[in-house]
Design a protein around this ligand. Structure first.
Ligand SMILES: *Cc1c(COP(=O)(O)O)cnc(C)c1O
Length: 450
């Protein structure tokens, strides 16, 4: 019997992974979350120490795909998806930085996108169906999704991005792809792109086009993000020894991956989940009152400019509460348990810049703004609770070369560009351009699907 997934709004029937994955959002507008968590025995987790990343991924994910995808097929997908390095760099004592920036688009979003594309390709093939993925991006998600779905049969991807708001390297990582990928530069803001995508999903005139989004609410994005926590512990902790993670958070999808890993049996001492100026979560954790931030605040760590983190509904559900999609709490979670497990602080742009400089001066370690938030949040936690010699992994979620302006401003030199990025950036670009006018976008979609 396959594992079931329930909606956080508690008004839709439970479904299996395949159904949850293809639906994205539950019919009651809640998010899917496992009904219960498969358990890994301590010996099984201990054995991860000898395994490469893709095999750990296979052993963790098979607990969710059993009965839906054969073991051999899953193993092949994991081998195929995870061909890049996951460096764990020692900084001092047992404190490490885990770099999740070695994938094809140099951000941690590659870990989920790569797996999601393979799952989607497989399900569509089984059903003999075709699908158009429509996504709006402020930078990292669009390129990760476009690269992952490039040349996957049955899938067409259309990415909308605000022309003036993404960096040149972020743009090129999307626009050099061709084949089944189309990028559309919008003369507007990210909010305009997102609004156009939302309108398309609700438009009866587009009913004949099967559309899907690849956004962070999909359970298929969350589960692969639990794997690198097992991986880090397998390299840094002794069998059974708890570890500390610090995870720079925006929509809290990355952080929920660590909650899933712990729920499956991984010993975790503390989950540190710092945010930028968008501090709705740390306020909620300390006061029990949730107030989303609208509009969201612009910070240096721009991938975390989220005023109402969508995954909080899952976190609240995990601790026995209920929060709806608007952020209203219908049942309080166990806040004491949450505070025991999780720490969060808000890191301002000034503290982010200071951290980039200090960490470089002290350790010759280069962090970009998101990783700097993780580092500072870890120090904030350290000021309250001792580490007592335990291992820690601080997550660097993007490559510094994606933010050359900020590094140059603070350090006076530019970071090296990884080989995968250099190769992409040298190819010719090809993208469409349009004003932020929904009517035009609808005509464009209809013409593409004739
Ligand atoms: C998306 C992103 C984050 C935030 O991850 P969430 O899962 O939204 O909390 C952090 N850093 C980078 C570089 C990102 O692209």
């Amino acid at each position: 019997m396959a594992l079931l997934f329930r909606s956080t709004n508690e008004q839709s029937p439970a479904v299996n992974l395949r159904e949850a994955f293809l639906a994205g959002l539950a019919p009651d507008r809640g998010l899917y979350f496992p009904e219960k968590f498969p358990q890994l025995a301590p010996e099984e987790i201990a054995a991860f120490a000898q395994l490469p990343y893709h095999e750990i991924a296979c052993r963790v994910l098979s607990r969710y795909t059993d009965g839906i995808i054969s073991a051999e097929a899953l193993a092949a997908m994991c081998r195929d998806a995870y061909t890049f390095d996951v460096p764990l760099e020692k900084v001092y004592d047992r404190v490490h930085v885990m770099r999740l920036d070695q994938g094809p688009t140099a951000s941690f979003k590659d870990f989920a996108a790569q797996m999601m594309a393979r799952l989607m390709g497989r399900f569509l093939k089984e059903d003999g169906k075709q699908l158009t993925i429509l996504t709006a991006t402020s930078g990292d998600t669009g390129s990760a999704v476009a690269h992952a779905f490039h040349k996957i049969p049955g899938v067409r991807v259309i990415v909308l991005f605000p022309f003036d708001e993404v960096s040149v390297s972020q743009r090129k990582l999307m626009t050099v792809l061709k084949d089944n990928i189309r990028t559309v530069a919008i003369d507007g803001k990210f909010d305009d792109c997102q609004a156009m995508v939302k309108q398309a999903f609700a438009d009866p005139a587009l009913k004949h086009i099967p559309l899907s989004s690849a956004n962070s609410i999909n359970i298929g994005r969350l589960l692969p993000q639990s794997v690198y926590y097992f991986y880090a512990a397998s390299r840094l902790a002794k069998p059974g020894e708890p570890i500390v993670f610090s995870i720079p958070s925006g929509n809290f999808g990355d952080m929920m991956g660590s909650v899933v890993a712990r729920a499956m049996g991984l010993p975790v001492r503390k989950i540190v989940a710092p945010v930028n100026d968008n501090d709705a979560f740390p306020r909620f954790l300390s006061t029990g009152v949730y107030e989303k931030i609208s509009p969201s605040r612009n910070s240096l760590s721009n991938a975390m400019n989220v005023g109402h983190p969508s995954n909080l509904a899952r976190l609240v559900a995990f601790y026995g509460g209920q929060m709806d999609e608007t952020g209203r709490i219908h049942r309080q979670p166990d806040l004491d348990a949450m505070r025991r497990d999780i720490f969060s602080s808000s890191v301002s742009d000034a503290r982010t810049r200071e951290t980039i400089c200090e960490v470089w001066a002290k350790y010759e370690l280069l962090l970009e703004p998101h990783g700097a938030v993780a580092w500072r949040g870890f120090l904030d936690w350290q000021a309250r609770e001792p580490l007592n010699g335990l291992p820690a992994a601080i997550l660097e979620t993007a490559n510094p070369a994606k933010f050359p302006e900020e590094i140059e401003k603070n350090m006076g030199w530019s970071p090296d560009v990884p080989a995968a990025m250099t190769a992409a950036i040298q190819q010719p670009e090809d993208f469409d351009r349009m004003s932020a006018d929904y009517g035009k976008f609808r005509d464009y979609l209809v013409a593409k699907h004739r």
